[in-house]
Design a protein around this ligand. Structure first.
Ligand code: PEP
Length: 249
């Protein structure tokens, strides 16, 4: 049985007190599915406070970090500073980092390597733009992202990776990939992992879907054999919706 995971990406939202109360409201819910791993990727500024308040039921992760341990990188936060706070999970390759902050493959790869070498667990995001989907090259595009960003890892290190397929055209747009579109891509991602590493690793690797996944569509998406959960943006900011998504398997 593969791990089931629901992770919330709060992006650049909430004040500190709102973040703490949202976290407490979700983690104190009585009916949270016990067999689903639950994570929240919070703004860096609130990680320390959230970590001190961590319930064990919902892990706290970082949305971003830089690939060097320390030095003259004004405004950045390093993977070793995250580790010092006790953070164990990081997002890498989110399309908002790639598109808005111009993170190219080379930096994404360096961040994956730095995080894994530091013993952090990586949720690696990949996904195509609408333009690419319309040319019909979306599968090879995503497989190339895997080749360029994560397939450099040795087999054992790749075992620390969770993949999140997030079509850019579905993120924050209210336009979800159909379960069939998502399943098709997840199947191809799994095949690429099998071809590069092994069937065993492909079967073990959780592949999450992200892109306007919400309380209304999560059940149908998570019912697909290759969809092992979700990376949830907007809907993770609402307690009841996020709980319903966690309980959608
Ligand atoms: C995300 O940011 O990872 C995401 C999936 O956002 P949303 O759910 O809002 O589309």
């Amino acid at each position: 049985m593969r791990r089931k995971i629901v992770a919330g990406n709060w992006k650049m939202n909430l004040t500190k007190s709102e973040a703490l109360s949202l976290y407490n409201n979700i983690s104190s819910a009585e009916n949270l599915a016990a067999d689903v791993e639950k994570m929240i990727f919070a703004p860096l500024l609130f990680l320390d406070a959230l970590k001190q308040n961590e319930s064990g039921l919902i892990k706290i992760g970082a949305q971003n970090f830089y690939s060097e341990a320390a030095g003259a990188f004004t405004g950045e936060v390093s993977f070793s500073q995250l580790k010092d706070l006790g953070i164990r999970y990081v997002l890498v390759g989110h399309s908002e980092r790639r598109v808005i902050f111009k993170e190219e493959d080379e930096l994404v790869k360096a961040k994956v390597n730095a995080a894994i070498n530091a013993g952090l667990k990586v949720i690696f995001c990949c996904g195509e733009s609408l333009e690419i989907r319309e040319t019909g090259t979306h599968i090879s595009f995503v497989v190339n992202q895997l080749k360029n960003n994560v397939f450099q890892l040795p087999e054992e290190a790749f075992g620390q990776i969770v993949i999140a397929y997030e079509p850019i055209w579905a993120i924050g747009t209210g336009k979800t990939a159909t379960p069939e579109q998502a399943e098709e891509m997840h199947e191809q991602i799994r095949l690429a992992v099998a071809q590069h590493y092994s069937n065993y690793l492909a079967e073990q690797t959780p592949i999450l879907y992200g892109g306007s996944c919400n309380a209304g569509n999560a059940k149908e998406l998570f019912a697909k054999p290759n969809i092992d959960g979700g990376l949830i943006g907007g809907a993770s900011l609402k307690t009841a919706d996020f709980i319903q998504i966690i309980n959608s398997f």
